[in-house]
Design a protein around this ligand. Structure first.
Ligand code: SF4
Length: 419
């Protein structure tokens, strides 16, 4: 198999790892056009300072001795197999970088022979890129669960981000669907990476020239809907991962039905709406001051599929509304549906100069079609405040022309917009 054929197999095999986001476009060049968006190969990710960067996204190999039920690359599947040599990955990265196709590398792998064998080869790729090619681009490398901690530590000194996929939300599901992976072999490296990052930060306060360890931190991927856990369990786990291991991101990946396996649920297609709702709820936990237990609890274990999580929460807590926008503090404003971080900051800054009027809020970025049921402004109410939760819900679900809008992914609020 030549390098191009390997690239086709191993870039396609990497597309299921969403812990480095991908465009997912399938537009091909039918001939005569300029360029072609292939379903795998290059993907986009975001650096720590918010820049969008394009990455070469590859598996070192899709040969895997493990047999995870949900994975296209599991050893029991009859799929084309390939493995890059270390030199090939280094060369591809350098060549793509020189041609300005990419700004970095995302490297993952199946477990070939053993975790240590695989991790050693991944370490060698990143070592050569940094040491021999003086590569200064972004590198995100996966730590292989079960590999020697020293190999993972050394890889962290060459990578910008190093991450371990937690895969499933509970130990029971992990045992059932990924019997070769133990929870300890996933959480152990995660803990070790968090510890190494902390130690490295302290070292660099004393020794400015101490080498950086994974300066872009660590992330993980969680597959949803392959196992029966509710959203509250998933969100609580994510919250714990953020708090305990200081993760930069938990990526939620809707289970893609690629295998026939009695252990897996029947699914006609990936549940993208659930994935989207989880990202919105995750955003509330990370940036809006919500605890996972605020967003969901045992009485409400799953996210509302029709409304975004902040609207759903507000309807369950109407006793906390209306909020007077001329007086409420920043944290309280953040809890109002339709008010995001940017608009809450603008409200706080603007009202120091003059009291705000309802007409001003739209210009400050407040999404009034959501906020109107939850605020007063200078004592004025933009909507009838005695509405019941059911009535507000019905209003929130009304489309622009007064038609009831059923939730499709396209109609949901922007992930990074004003929730
Ligand atoms: S370890 Fe599991 S998820 Fe990873 S490539 Fe192998 S079978 Fe797939």
């Amino acid at each position: 198999m030549n390098v191009e054929e390997k690239l086709a197999v191993l870039a396609a095999a990497a597309k299921y790892d969403v812990s480095c986001a991908s465009s997912g476009s399938r537009r091909r060049n039918a001939g005569g056009g300029l360029g072609a968006a292939t379903p795998a190969g290059c993907c986009h990710s975001w650096s720590d300072d918010g820049r969008c960067i394009s990455l070469l996204k590859l598996l070192l190999t899709n040969r895997c001795v493990y047999d995870c039920a949900y994975c296209a690359n599991r050893c029991s599947n009859n799929v084309p197999r390939a493995a890059f040599t270390v030199e090939e990955v280094v060369d591809l990265t350098v060549q793509f970088y020189r041609r300005n196709y990419i700004e970095g590398l995302f490297l993952s792998s199946g477990v070939e022979r053993s975790p240590n064998y695989t991790m050693e080869r991944m370490l060698e790729v990143v070592r050569r890129l940094r040491r021999e090619e003086a590569f200064r681009g972004y590198i995100h490398v996966k730590a292989i669960p079960g590999a020697d901690p020293e190999l993972i530590r050394r890889a962290g000194f060459y990578a910008d981000r190093i991450s371990v996929n937690i895969e499933l939300p509970s130990e029971v599901s992990l045992r059932r669907l990924a019997p070769d992976k133990a929870r300890a072999s996933i959480l152990g490296p995660m803990q070790q990476i968090a510890h190494n990052i902390t130690v490295n930060r302290d070292e660099r306060k004393t020794f400015k020239r101490a080498p950086l360890f994974a300066p872009a931190g660590q992330s993980t991927q969680l597959i949803v809907s392959a196992s029966p856990e509710n959203d509250d369990r998933i969100l609580l786990l994510a919250e714990r991962l953020y708090q305990t291991y200081h993760l930069k991101r938990v990526y939620y990946s809707a289970y893609v039905p690629v295998n026939d396996d009695a252990r897996l649920p029947w699914a006609p297609a990936p549940d993208m709406l659930r994935e989207h709702r989880l990202y919105q709820a995750d955003w509330l936990v990370r940036y809006y001051g919500f605890a996972a237990a605020d967003v969901l609890d045992a009485t409400e274990p799953n996210l509302d599929r029709e409304l975004d999580p902040k609207c759903a929460w507000a309807l369950r807590h109407l006793e906390q509304f209306p909020v007077e926008v001329n007086r409420a503090d920043y944290e309280t404003l953040l809890r109002v549906p339709g008010v995001g971080m940017r608009s809450a900051k603008r409200i706080v800054a603007s009202r120091g100069q003059a009291a705000l009027r309802i007409e001003d809020l739209d210009k400050l970025g407040v999404v009034m079609k959501r906020a109107r049921y939850f605020i007063t402004c200078g004592g004025r109410v933009p909507a009838e405040l005695c509405l019941t939760p059911a009535a507000i819900r019905a209003q929130l679900l009304l489309g622009p022309a007064g038609r009831t809008s059923r939730p499709t992914l396209a109609e949901q609020p922007e992930l990074f917009g004003e929730l």
